[in-house]
Design a protein around this ligand. Sequence first.
Ligand SMILES: N=CN[C@@H](CCC(=O)O)C(=O)O
Ligand SMILES: [Zn+2]
Length: 388
Amino acid sequence: MTSTNHSSTVITGIGELTTVDPDHRVLQDAAVAIEDGRIAWIGPTRRAPAADVRWDAGGRAVLPGWVDSHTHLVFAGDRGAEFEARMAGESYSAGGIGVTMAATRAADDAELARLLAARVAEARAGGTTFLETKTGYGLSVDEEVRHARLASEAADVVTFLGAHLVPPGAEADEYLDQVCGPMLQAVKDHVQWADVFCERGAFDEDASRRVLLACREAGLGLRVHGNQLGPGPGVRLAVELGAASVDHVNHLEDADVEALAGSSTVATCLPACDLSTRQPLAPGRRLLDAGAEIALASNCNPGTSYTTAMGFCVATAVLQMKLSLHEAVRAATMGGAQALRVAEEVGSVELGKRADLQVLDAPAAIHLAYRPGMPLTHTVFKDGRPDA
Ligand SMILES: N=CN[C@@H](CCC(=O)O)C(=O)O
Ligand SMILES: [Zn+2]
């Protein structure tokens, strides 16, 4: 009989447990009891309660599952040649989105669903237990609604990104009317969030504001792609409109950092994307020092960041963004949960929260950065059940 039939489990022999308790951030030789998919007890192994299933972690480290708050998983096709050209000196531009739009429109529902499921499974195998994904490669009413529907069957939360690019051949004002009108009405029941790519070559400040206000009016929460390729209005706009997050944040002026620090808008750093586009790494250290909340996410997409590896993002944040291991893990768990406004449910090992956990094949979480690139995920628990 497998543990999936049981309603209580206790994980014992945890070599190092990462919690959010400010006084006991890391517990040694710990145990976690789970009832009906939620964390019911945390303490030393020697006091572990009885349960239907006793699962021995064998001295391994346990931490919350990653909360990946920024991905673009609804796509077909491959842009390896574009990436190779970039590594040879070409610069990234928003225009590549049109290439993926064409490939994705050409894929039928079954193919897109298969690709999505494979990407979600890949993320899960790397320790991700809660995942956002976006539309944004459809860029017509019918395609955006199709992508939103497929995304909602695969991801935990979905973001409408009709304002990703004015599709090739379309007229900007007409497209904007469509995004804010029929497209929004058609997708809104499949999504919880709306986003806009506020950047030169995509949508300017006025267009971005218009999209965000229309989406807010339709009942969606807001997020923004901002300050990725150069300084710009994205961060300011996100803060002004009370967006839950502004993502990329590579090119920040002091006023942007101050605005974020005094707000509830989470600054989401995407280090895998920064490396793949040869942008300066987002200033995670500076943002934390200023008092801003940050998240780390994969930004998995075929153009700028073709990876779901949150462990790699955490390692990069430690090795190159100068975050401590604890800060990086927090950003990739609680930070993501705050960016998606689901921190009451997921993002930390806390009583009452969902038992979404990852067991590392390592005695301590620092191995994520100490052994970068190694496949350290041993077992992932989702809602208290271990993946097979
Ligand atoms: N920057 C905007 N959108 C994606 C990239 C999209 C693409 O190039 O396909 C991103 O987050 O990096
Ligand atoms: Zn993105």
